[in-house]
Design a protein around this ligand. Structure first.
Ligand code: NAI
Ligand code: MG
Length: 365
């Protein structure tokens, strides 16, 4: 049977960029004979409007069954005042949690044509291609005890950084596997100088390394890592780090490459019975209420997320590269959505205009 894909457009520009991804999927069906069983459902505010919850149980069950989930974005002003338990992002968190997506892959890749757009000097970022693997299901965001309590007549806020060796190990394996498919270089980042979890992290990653002797492993304190990412980002290939450091370092790395409208991500879990990992792919950006409904959204982040699905869920690395190359060509030709134009008075192409150009480049590939 065909590989299955559940599309959850969500809210705001999530719906607009996902409509473009559907055109790309159709192209691969028509021109490359790659057929997917595509189903579509609601998440976030859109699900709340219909069901009163940001993710219906039936949708959750579907997400567990398919080979990959593709998500747009959730949230928006209409839902800002909702009770915490039904806020749109809770739909996203439930998907990540119940699918146990422990490895969050955030590439920071600089297309040459956009090197001027980076916050750094062009020569530092041109040709940049690094991958941050962030542990996503544990660490200080989840550790117990947590809470705010009174102590000596003062309020005290408590969070706990907690990692088991199993949690560190499974993420490390994902990171080493990726490094094997890339430049065989892995840098693990923690703060073993001041944190017990950091000492364990370094130990476990070093143990896992024994299974991947071809990979060159280095360790770096995360604060130095932040500095090095900005000073000389091209020294890295794959970076493996915890939930908190990964949150910060991946946002930092993202800005090396320019616009939010360009950044894809993947969240992977354990292998399913068919050998494919549980997987969800989504752009890094949100629902962008400021430009919703205006045809201004850049669809590339979401299209690149589909490229990641081709590579990591469907073993179609060559087709993923074909799609990325088409995007690279379009950018080199100067095709730009508004977010990629530094001069506010110049006009770019619309959301669908960008996809038109990408499909035309695919036709020529
Ligand atoms: P945002 O990512 O939606 O927008 C930030 C800025 O970047 C805006 O000016 C927006 O117009 C621009 N932008 C974002 N994506 C773009 C694209 N593809 N093309 C062109 N411009 C783009 O973040 P913001 O404004 O902080 O949040 C808006 C809503 O999205 C909130 O409700 C927030 O909770 C939600 N959100 C959802 C996320 C998700 O679903 N994973 C992630 C981040 C925010
Ligand atoms: Mg963040």
């Amino acid at each position: 049977s065909n590989p299955s894909l559940l599309i959850l457009p969500g809210d705001g520009i999530g719906q607009e960029v996902m409509a473009e991804v559907r055109r790309v999927i159709e192209w691969f069906g028509a021109k490359r004979d790659m057929q997917f069983d595509v189903s579509e459902d609601l998440v976030g505010g859109a699900a709340y409007d219909k069901h009163g919850v940001p993710l219906h149980d039936d949708t959750m069950a579907k997400a567990q069954e398919v080979d990959a989930v593709l998500l747009g974005a959730v949230g928006g002003p209409a839902y800002d005042d909702l009770d915490f338990s039904v806020k749109p992002e809770r739909g996203l968190l439930r998907l990540r949690k119940e699918m146990d997506l422990f490895a969050n892959l955030r590439p920071a890749q600089c297309f040459d044509a956009l090197a001027d757009f980076s916050s750094l000097k062009k020569e530092l970022v041109a040709g940049l291609d690094i991958m941050i693997v962030r542990e996503l299901t544990s660490g200080v965001y989840f550790g117990e005890p947590r809470g705010i309590h009174m102590e000596d007549n003062m309020r005290v806020g408590v969070n706990t950084q907690r990692y088991t060796e199993v949690e560190i190990e499974r993420g490390a394996r994902a990171a080493f596997e990726l490094a094997m498919k890339r430049d065989k270089k892995l840098c693990s980042m923690e703060k073993a100088n001041v944190m017990e979890s950091g000492i364990l992290w370094r130990d476990v990653v070093t143990e896992v390394h024994a299974d991947y002797p071809e990979v060159e492993l280095s360790h770096m304190y995360a604060d130095n890592g932040a500095m090095q990412l900005v000073r000389a980002p091209k020294q890295f290939d794959v970076i493996y780090t915890d939930n908190l450091f990964g949150d910060i370092l991946s946002d930092c790395a993202a800005m090396l490459t320019g616009s939010l409208g360009m950044l894809p991500s993947a969240s992977l879990g354990s292998p399913m019975e068919n050998g494919r990992p549980k997987a969800m792919y989504e752009p890094v950006h949100g629902s962008a209420p400021d430009i919703t409904g205006q045809g201004k959204a850049n669809p590339i982040a979401c299209i690149l997320s589909f490229a990641m699905a081709l590579r990591y869920s469907f073993d179609e690395g060559a087709e993923a590269t074909r799609l990325e190359a088409a995007i690279e060509k379009v950018l080199a030709d100067g095709v730009r959505t508004g977010d990629l134009l530094s001069d506010e008075n110049s006009t770019g192409v619309s959301t669908s205009g960008m996809t038109d150009a990408i499909l035309a480049a695919l036709d020529e590939s």
